[in-house]
Design a protein. Structure first.
Length: 364
């Protein structure tokens, strides 16, 4: 029997990140933290009583003996201050500096690797100063971490959703593991599996008994939705229509297209951002949203409809990180040919940032 790979999970939410790693085998979350009660209830019901509910800034990983050592740290520090949907104050926002709590845990536990998840907007926040600062801060943790960011579109990895997220992988440089982000498995082209569509994701979804309640919808909202074609949004409604709405983002009254992956499912729901069905003129149920986020049907979310919506919208799609979890496995079992990672660490650290930035954004 192979050794268990122990995960320490931060900003855990309902546990999508953890589930994705555990689904590929050998990984096990042994400690987690989040401050949202309902998310902690969901997490606890699926991963056991390993999650600590509370403010991460009040937890001291250097002194708290109840926090175990681990092989890898996973977490998605809050993204709102970096998201292009909002005002993007970046590191200057109320929650932008919470990544420093992630730093403290990495510094205290010295895992072999860490993976930090965030929105695409982190790449440009504060005129690129935010991503530069975050990379430097992780690199400076002794004995040094080779930090390799990469923008994933989870549709390229088997999720029925075009969802772009930045994954920042750090490898402890004394281990000599030459990590490279996994190549896409799905898409258009030779050797790729076709994208998973919403139509495929929704097969027999009406039979799922959990988190599948219909969402209340006013007659006016139903009429607005009826005027929008498959895959369309509020821009499909003529400005002279009595049902015209002025939306600020493309999510407003966005209907799914059954023949394509969904556009990004978000945590918000107000102002027409819930996500809408086709051909039925109604909001998506939370189970339909969970299917789009590639959660299995036996993963039950706890809380009221709004809290469940937030848990699903904030989650990392489990299937989307399968290839990453597999790629990292050899590190924990010593099944790799070591390289001089210190040399690579020094090369990247001394590289002009604009050149380095171009390396992890060259496919954008």
């Amino acid at each position: 029997m192979r050794k268990q790979i122990n995960i320490l999970s931060l900003f855990s939410g309902c546990g999508g990140f953890d589930l994705g790693f555990e689904q590929v085998g050998d990984y096990k979350t042994i400690w987690a933290n989040d401050f949202k009660h309902e998310a902690c209830v969901t997490f606890r019901n699926h991963f056991g009583d390993v999650i600590v509910e509370g403010d991460i800034e009040q937890i001291d990983p250097y002194k708290d003996q109840s926090i175990p050592d681990c092989d890898i740290i996973l977490g998605g520090f809050p993204c709102q201050d970096f998201s292009i949907i909002w005002k993007q104050p970046g590191l200057h926002g109320e929650r932008g500096n919470l990544y420093k709590s992630f730093l403290r845990f990495v510094d205290a536990k010295k895992p072999k690797a860490f993976v930090a998840e965030n929105v695409k907007g982190l790449l440009t926040a504060n005129g690129k100063k935010a991503i530069k600062q975050i990379i430097e801060d992780f690199e400076n943790i002794s004995p040094g971490y080779v930090v390799i960011p990469h923008l994933y579109n989870f549709a390229d990895y088997g999720v029925p959703e075009f969802r772009e997220r930045l994954l920042i992988v750090g490898i402890r440089c004394d281990l000599g593991f030459d990590f490279k982000h996994p190549k896409p498995t799905h898409g258009v082209g030779d050797g790729l599996i076709p994208y998973i569509t919403v139509g495929e994701a929704f097969k027999c979804v009406e039979d799922v008994p959990y988190n599948n309640e219909l969402i209340r919808c006013t007659p006016r909202t139903q009429k607005i939705i009826s005027l929008i074609p498959e895959g369309g949004n509020f821009t499909s409604i003529p400005e002279d229509s009595p049902y015209y709405v002025k939306g600020m983002i493309s999510h407003v009254y966005r209907r799914v297209h059954l023949g394509e992956p969904s556009k990004t499912i978000i945590a918000a729901g107000g102002g027409g951002t819930w996500g809408y069905h086709y051909p039925e003129n109604r909001p998506l149920t939370n189970r339909e949203r969970a299917r789009i986020q590639a959660f299995p049907d036996d993963f039950i979310f706890y809380g009221n409809t709004t809290e469940v919506r937030r848990q699903i919208g904030n989650a990392v799609p489990p299937v989307g990180v399968h290839e990453l979890a597999k790629t990292l496995k050899p590190l924990f079992y010593g099944e790799y040919e070591k390289i001089n990672l210190v040399a690579k660490f020094n090369e990247l650290k001394n590289m002009p940032f604009e050149k380095r930035y171009s390396l992890f954004t060259k496919d954008l």
